[in-house]
Design a protein around this ligand. Structure first.
Ligand code: G
Ligand code: G
Ligand code: MN
Ligand code: NA
Length: 256
């Protein structure tokens, strides 16, 4: 309960921060996207990772104002980067949407308004939803995803492989990217089942014309195996940890 009121105050008083983790081409290591990851800069306890407060935000409903702040800040920052590069920057900004946020009334209108206010083109935003949304109420989920796609944003399924989404439904989901969960990536090469699962996801993605991003790449061996399997994009400590907006600004300046 104390955590709840503290978190409420943190949102109101601007104690949340976004860090950005690069997503790169496995071939060239050029940055094509970033994923926004929220942190809480607590006045006495320091930087708190999302795993410690997102679940509380979900339980209490604070995820709605928190999620709105994240979207606004990510779109604002994304547009700032575009303007700094004379709008030539084709960088995508990835934002995580929790289940509760996805199901909230008025989400579509809110996203439209935030995009308009920020000036960020919808095609520069990628929303990451979790696989569990696909099994709960697939018809409702598909309808909402269609509305989001109509705005022009990109859609990704996060932590893919950990849930129980039906393969037959996946074909009906208007998403464009699967993000392979890091648990599979980290066992690559040492666990033949993980190799088989990743290979199966790659085959499925190809058949359904979906792009794939592998998460949690930490070693050159993992990168090489993934490239061999046809994966073209990756995220992980091998390339970069999540960075402050300032650090990412410098990285973009050097790259573009
Ligand atoms: O950065 P870290 O590995 O600690 O993130 C842990 C989890 O928190 C991840 O599953 C990530 O998807 C989630 N997360 C990070 N930022 C956000 C956010 O802005 N909104 C939501 N809903 N989840 C987030
Ligand atoms: O659930 P989601 O995919 O949104 O979570 C992404 C989380 O994974 C982030 O919190 C990020 O800090 C973490 N992460 C990113 N790259 C790596 C990595 O290479 N290794 C590990 N262990 N975690 C990573
Ligand atoms: Mn994510
Ligand atoms: Na993930």
């Amino acid at each position: 309960l104390e955590m709840e009121s503290e978190l409420r105050r943190a949102i109101e008083q601007g104690q949340l921060r976004l860090h950005y983790q690069p997503i790169v081409s496995l071939e060239t290591e050029q940055i094509s996207e970033v994923e926004a990851l929220v942190r809480w800069e607590h006045p006495t306890r320091g930087l708190i990772p999302p795993g410690k407060f997102i679940p509380i935000a979900e339980e209490t409903g604070l995820i709605v104002p928190l999620g709105k702040w994240v979207l606004e800040e990510a779109c604002r920052q994304g547009q700032e980067w575009r303007e700094a590069h004379s709008e030539n920057l084709s960088l995508l900004i990835g934002v995580n949407l929790s289940t509760r946020q996805f199901q909230q009334e008025g989400l579509i209108e809110e996203i439209k308004e935030i995009l308009e206010r920020s000036g960020l083109p919808p095609a520069s935003l990628k929303l990451e939803i979790t696989e569990s949304l696909m099994s709960a109420r697939p018809e409702d989920t598909i309808a909402k995803l269609e509305q989001l796609r109509a705005i022009g944003v990109h859609l990704a399924v996060d932590d893919f492989g950990t849930g129980y989404s039906s393969m037959s439904y996946l074909a009906n989901f208007p998403v464009d990217t699967l993000k392979i969960d890091q648990s599979f990536v980290q066992r690559l090469g040492s666990n033949s089942e993980s190799d088989a699962i990743v290979q199966a996801i790659m085959t499925l993605a190809k058949a359904l014309n979906l792009r794939v991003t592998s998460e949690g790449i930490e070693t050159d061996e993992q990168r090489a195996l993934l490239r061999g399997m046809g994966c073209d994009r990756g995220q992980g400590y091998l390339f970069s940890r999540p960075l402050t907006s300032l650090a990412l600004t410098e990285l973009l300046t050097n790259q573009f």
